[in-house]
Design a protein around this ligand. Structure first.
Ligand SMILES: NC(=O)C1=CN([C@@H]2O[C@H](COP(=O)(O)OP(=O)(O)OC[C@H]3O[C@@H](n4cnc5c(N)ncnc54)[C@H](O)[C@@H]3O)[C@@H](O)[C@H]2O)C=CC1
Ligand SMILES: C[N+](C)(C)CC(=O)CC(=O)[O-]
Length: 321
């Protein structure tokens, strides 16, 4: 089975925060977009959100012919998906609702049109259960604002064809995104597992009166948050181990994971886990030395700090605000 990867018409079902972000991204890439949402006033709200996003998309650069006028809002699911080359569902996060919606979407769509769901954690094997041609159905989990953030997690169900994963990667890449294939179908996928862990700890800190929400946000945005925009936790901590890298870092700070700092139980620090972390970060390092990566990190940090400072000034804010 071959799937459509040359996309001219993009269908969006559900046009709230995430659906409207997909519509804006697809329009900015010069596609025709057909949207459907059952809520009263949904079309006006969608057009308003696109108008709000458009200046940023113009700054980023539009594809030839890109225009908000290429959005058509329709009254039925069938009309929305019938001629679509790619379909993205962004309906409320309810299993029963998505199950019913996908049986209708997939029955009306072209059989070789890929279908993506924006779900942030439901399992595709469950909500694509009664889909027609389930081999072309995937999760394409984006990040808000969808029209700017590149990450999209792709997750297949137990019936998704491997070729559909590759085809979805090609489509999302053509939309300017950075696909990440989540190979095991687990609730929350990869990114939300991480975000939820941080979120849970943050709520405990508020609940225990340790810090205000503002202080917790400051702890992120003036520290690790700046680093995270260009270097993930594993490589960052490899550098924190100095020239001895990750193995030294694990020896020095690994035992602290057993301290009761967090409400999450720590995993047992087995040799297997330590080796997996050391080998993984070794691959990430590749041929680069720790000091070369430190210079790269410092340059990125300076660039991010300067960009944040200039943008804050434009909005009448000091860097420390
Ligand atoms: N808000 C976020 O930060 C993120 C949300 N997501 C996922 O995106 C999906 C949508 O979430 P949001 O846009 O945040 O929700 P939202 O509440 O902003 O929008 C949902 C939209 O779906 C519409 N809707 C209601 N019933 C529907 C139906 N039967 N069929 C189609 N549309 C229907 C609503 O009228 C509304 O416009 C969810 O699966 C969520 O997990 C993914 C990434 C981030
Ligand atoms: C809150 N959320 C789980 C829906 C968030 C996401 O899924 C991704 C994001 O944009 O943070």
């Amino acid at each position: 089975m071959s799937f459509i990867t040359e996309i001219k018409t993009f269908a969006a079902l559900g046009s709230g925060v995430i659906g409207s972000g997909w519509v804006a991204r697809a329009l900015a890439h010069g596609l025709d977009v057909v949207a459907w949402d059952p809520a009263p006033g949904a079309e006006a709200a969608l057009r308003k959100r696109i108008a709000n996003a458009w200046p940023a998309l113009e700054k980023q650069g539009l594809a030839p012919g890109a225009s908000p006028d290429r959005l058509r809002f329709v009254a039925t699911i069938e009309e929305c998906v019938r001629d679509a080359d790619f379909i993205q569902e962004s309906a409320p996060e309810r299993l029963d609702l998505k199950l019913d919606l996908h049986s209708k979407i997939s029955a009306a769509a072209k059989p070789n049109a890929l279908i993506g769901s924006s779900t942030s954690g439901l399992l595709p094997s469950e909500f694509y259960e009664s889909a027609t041609h389930p081999e072309r159905c995937v999760v394409g989990h984006p990040f808000n604002p969808v029209y700017l953030l590149p990450l999209v997690e792709i997750v297949g169900s137990n019936k998704t064809a491997p070729e559909a994963i590759e085809a979805a990667k090609a489509v999302y890449t053509a939309l300017g995104m950075r696909p990440l294939h989540v190979r095991k179908e687990v609730p929350g996928f990869i990114a939300d597992r991480l975000l939820e862990a941080l979120w849970r700890e943050a709520l405990h800190l508020v609940n225990d009166g340790v810090a205000t929400t503002g202080e917790i946000d400051d702890a992120i945005r003036f520290g690790a948050g700046l680093r995270w925009s260009f270097m993930g936790t594993f490589l960052t901590y490899t550098l924190a181990g100095g020239d001895a890298g990750m193995r030294h870092f694990m020896a020095q700070f690994g035992p602290a994971l057993q301290l009761p700092w967090t409400y999450l139980p720590a995993p047992e620090l087995t040799d297997g886990l330590i080796d997996a972390v050391v080998e993984g970060t070794g691959e990430q390092l590749g041929e680069r030395s720790i000091s070369a990566l430190e210079r790269y990190r410092d340059d990125c940090l300076l660039a991010v700090l300067e960009a944040v400072k200039t943008t804050k000034a434009k909005h009448g804010m000091a860097f420390s605000d």
